[in-house]
Design a protein around this ligand. Structure first.
Ligand SMILES: [Zn+2]
Ligand SMILES: [Zn+2]
Length: 352
């Protein structure tokens, strides 16, 4: 920085920012359990479509149980079922599974599990929603969805049937860091854009459509929507990429899988190169996601470490100018810490 004379107002402003940042860092530090790093943490991902007579009451009871047991995560409840992801020490997650299995509605719940840590989720949301995934199209019911295809059959279909077209039901930013080879992207910013996205694949109506998403829940609705739009031969990958990755890693998947928590992504392949995406600023191979540090922009983009520092964690020149009023050390220390460890609080739940 060049030498410059600062007005007293500017000095006061910077001191205020520095004080706030220090306070926030202290608060963050307080939340950290010193033993947590030694405990194995698990992340659960699950959904089930089953009628719930009183979702509000179910949700209240569940929230109470989760609070009492210190479960963190995001659980959506509707009169059609539940869709959740949560995290905690492995032992607690076993208790959570037992708790759901004890409910007659969820005695057959299938959980997808992966490794996490104390930062994977730091908050708890249990919310009643109209839909388990937000599409907002009348008359779509998952009973009319595409046929479920387990991973082994999925491989057989894409390897042997020339009529099969793979369709990625996820958002564009998820696709960017990992996808099945030869899959067709729908280029959506959120699932609500599905109707317009399907306009662009109308020409595939005569094909066998094989859809996939992270854990399967979006395909339930997505394939039902495709059928309502006149696609006849529609299938969905059972258990999503998550389940596929455990059964046949290194086969047809490329890159990493985007996840909606602070891990941001998780590896699927064991041997293949996991990075297929590049930095927005310099085209270097990387898969680190950053939310633009200009809070009014907040755009999620892929950014290498060098450009992150150089560009003050902004998405481009305009936001860089905005942020240049701040010193680098004035940026939230949490943002920098998260950036380094890829624990970006992407706040993406609303886009799913
Ligand atoms: Zn870069
Ligand atoms: Zn920006």
């Amino acid at each position: 920085m060049n030498e410059q004379i600062l007005s007293s107002a500017e000095i006061a402003r910077r001191e205020r920012i520095a004080r706030k940042a220090k306070k926030r860092a202290q608060m963050e530090a307080l939340k950290v359990d010193p033993n947590a790093e030694r405990i194995p943490y698990k992340v659960l991902l699950y959904y089930k479509y089953v009628p719930i007579a009183d979702p509000k009451a179910w949700s209240n009871n569940h929230l109470k149980w989760c609070k009492e047991n210190n479960v963190k995560g995001r659980i959506l409840v509707s009169n059609l079922g539940i869709n959740g992801t949560c995290a905690g020490p492995a032992e607690l997650m076993e208790k959570y599974k037992e708790h759901l299995w004890a409910d007659p509605l969820f005695k057959d719940m299938v959980f997808k599990e992966s490794d996490g840590d104390q930062f994977t989720f730091t908050k708890l949301y249990v919310r009643v929603k109209d839909e388990l995934v937000t599409l907002r199209v009348e008359g779509i019911t998952v009973e009319n969805g595409g046929q479920h295809i387990p991973p082994e059959e999925f491989d057989r279909m894409i390897e042997n049937d020339p009529d099969v077209v793979l369709v990625d039901m996820r958002n564009k930013y998820e696709w960017d860091i990992g996808r099945f080879e030869n899959a067709i992207p729908l280029e959506m910013k959120s699932f609500r854009e599905l109707p317009e996205a399907v306009d662009k694949i109308e020409h595939l109506k005569g094909k066998k459509i094989l859809a996939y998403c992270t854990g399967g829940v979006r395909c339930e609705t997505g394939t039902a929507y495709l059928k309502a739009r006149g696609f006849k031969d529609v299938y969905q990958l059972e258990g999503g990429i998550h389940t596929y990755g455990l059964k046949s890693p290194d086969k047809h998947w490329e890159g990493k899988m985007f996840v909606f928590d602070r891990r941001v992504s998780m590896p699927i392949n064991k041997e293949k190169d996991q990075i297929i995406s590049v930095c927005k600023h310099c085209d270097t191979k990387t898969d680190i996601y950053v939310n633009c540090s200009n809070k009014k922009c907040n755009q999620l983009f892929i950014c290498c470490e060098n450009c992150g520092e150089k560009m003050k964690y902004t998405c481009g020149q305009v936001c860089y100018e905005v942020q240049s009023n701040l010193e680098v050390e004035d940026l939230s220390p949490l943002l920098q810490k998260q950036y380094q460890s890829q624990r970006i609080n992407s706040g993406l739940s609303v886009n799913m």
